[in-house]
Design a protein. Structure first.
Length: 193
């Protein structure tokens, strides 16, 4: 009998608690957040000859019929086309010397008749980035080949660009060994966020 009284008391307390809890009330509300998205931004660097149209791959220059003592400037632009700022931009220069033809004037002086020498006769006097020279001293084009050349460090924001100018000269002391040679130059621009 005591067990029945205790059981009835417990059931009564539970029913009273539930009834009073609802009678006294407690407001509840639910908020939800749907259609949340995580995405990555675009990182896109492009180059241009004239700062008007930018490409992933384009020829920037073609210098022909040079002779010892000639100087030329090559200017191009690098622009951030992505949403993510570029913090470092480097350039790598790759060269391939070509012996176009061996002229009779070149033949007695050229010790490598099947390989061109022009990249060793072209001097990069300066590399200007936004008018500031980043090259310590003049270097032969062949000496810069394959090496990292740091052009920019900072924060190149979306749609911002930098101007790069290479001041080149054909070594005035170059001889007939460079005559009728050519150099194919590939510039590789590498940017990191």
């Amino acid at each position: 009998m005591k067990k029945k009284i205790v059981l009835v008391a417990i059931v009564g307390v539970v029913i009273a608690t539930l009834t009073l809890g609802k009678a006294l009330g407690a407001f509840r509300d639910v908020s939800r957040s749907e259609d949340n998205v995580i995405s990555s931004g675009e990182f896109d660097i492009r180059i241009s000859r004239d700062n008007s149209r930018f490409y992933d791959n384009t020829r920037i220059f073609k210098l022909e019929d040079l002779k010892p003592g000639d100087t030329k400037n090559v200017t191009f632009f690098i622009k951030n086309y992505g949403e993510i700022p570029a913090s470092n931009i480097s350039m790598y220069i790759f060269v391939k010397d070509v012996e176009d033809k061996l002229s009779s004037a070149e033949k007695p002086y050229d010790l490598t008749p099947d390989k061109g020498e022009l990249s060793s006769c072209i001097i990069v006097n300066k590399i200007l980035v936004n008018s500031k020279n980043i090259l310590d001293s003049p270097k032969k084009l062949s000496e810069l080949a394959g090496k990292e050349i740091k052009l920019f460090t900072g924060g190149l924001a979306k749609k911002e660009s930098i101007k790069v100018t290479l001041l080149l000269s054909f070594d005035s002391n170059a001889g007939n060994e460079c005559m009728t040679d050519s150099t194919e130059v590939m510039l590789k621009i590498v940017a990191t966020q």
